[in-house]
Design a protein around this ligand. Structure first.
Ligand SMILES: Cc1cc2nc3c(=O)[nH]c(=O)nc-3n(C[C@H](O)[C@H](O)[C@H](O)COP(=O)(O)O)c2cc1C
Length: 301
């Protein structure tokens, strides 16, 4: 029997996924997917900022906790070592690239970040316009401005998502990495904000719809390249739009000109835990042959 490439891929992906059940993306709630990780390094930003501070003074003797950073210090890889990982098999990178929200708080070297950003720009843009800009935010005061905006949205989203997940232990657990990020937002090592310039052909809102599609479509291929690069070198990253819910506020915080629109925000840091595999809808459910509705590969789902 002749097997189609789709059948091979699907069978392989099913084997890899094992018996894990599929959950629709919209079941995941506002803060997204789950991320299995060990609990070994739950230092808060505060612990990192003030290591070794006395816990108490008893009879004139200062008792201090050994900072977690000394008990379980994370040492980022050397830039050359990290970049060498870009040789990982493409299929493995694609299968395990996922939203990684819990991050080590150590800085990410520009020697790693800039080559990844440069590689991301190998992506296509509509009419080859290349009207993109990356704002990378590392300054704490700048991150604080963005954190303030984000938390304003999160104050609404969190109770809503919690209500939606009520009674569903897995869904509630899935929300934790997102909450961790919200709580530590200003301490995340670097926030990458891809922006695009509005021009006559490409605009973020309005009509014709193809101009809008071409606008965002000129950003997201580069974003995905960047996410794959992060995955390969061992950086955790996740594509986020909620932190940019109030564009005028973000524009003001970043000094963006009015014709430059921030499209998403990607917190980046060295990943904690394992990447694992992603759960996605089976290919047979998604592919329609010749016309919508003819799901000719359903038997392979
Ligand atoms: C356009 C877009 C916007 C997203 N916005 C957010 C966001 O605001 N916050 C967040 O935590 N994740 C956000 N995500 C990440 C998704 O929740 C995540 O990719 C999805 O749940 C699948 O997770 P996985 O890749 O780990 O399997 C966004 C993803 C996309 C494509």
């Amino acid at each position: 029997m002749r097997t189609s490439p789709i059948a091979i891929r699907d069978a392989r992906s099913r084997r890899r996924l094992g018996a894990r059940s599929f959950r629709r993306p919209d079941d995941l709630g506002a803060t997204g997917s789950y991320w299995d990780e060990p609990l070994e390094d739950l230092r808060t930003a505060h612990e990192l900022a003030s290591p070794g501070r006395p816990l108490a003074v008893l009879g004139g003797i200062a008792i201090s906790l050994r900072p977690m950073s000394q008990i379980n210090s994370f040492k980022p890889p050397e830039p050359a070592e990290a970049l060498a990982r870009l040789g990982m098999p493409m299929e493995d990178a694609m299968r395990t690239q996922r939203a990684v929200r819990r991050l080590h708080l150590e800085p990410v070297s520009h020697e790693v970040l800039l080559p990844l950003l440069e590689l991301s720009l190998k992506a296509p843009t509509s009419s080859d316009s290349q009207d993109w800009a990356y704002v990378i935010v590392e300054d704490r005061a700048q991150k604080e401005k963005l954190a303030k905006l984000y938390r304003r949205a999160n104050r609404f989203i969190k109770p809503l998502a919690t209500r939606m997940a009520k009674g569903d232990a897995a869904a509630l657990r899935n929300m934790k990495p997102g909450q961790w990020q919200a709580d530590n937002f200003e301490d995340l090592p670097v926030l990458v904000i891809p922006c695009y310039r509005r021009n006559q052909k490409h605009k973020p809102v309005g009509r014709p719809q193809i101009s809008v599609s071409s606008f965002y479509g000129s950003v997201y291929p580069a974003v995905q390249n960047f996410l794959l690069g992060c995955r390969a070198v061992g950086l955790g990253a996740s594509l986020q739009t909620i932190p940019l819910w109030w564009i005028p506020g973000v524009r003001k915080a970043l000094d963006l000109p009015r014709n430059m629109t921030p499209v998403c925000l990607i917190p980046v840091g060295w990943a904690r835990g394992n990447y694992g595999t992603t759960t996605r809808r089976p290919i047979g459910e998604v592919v329609h042959l010749d016309r919508f509705g003819n799901r000719a590969f359903l038997d392979q789902a």
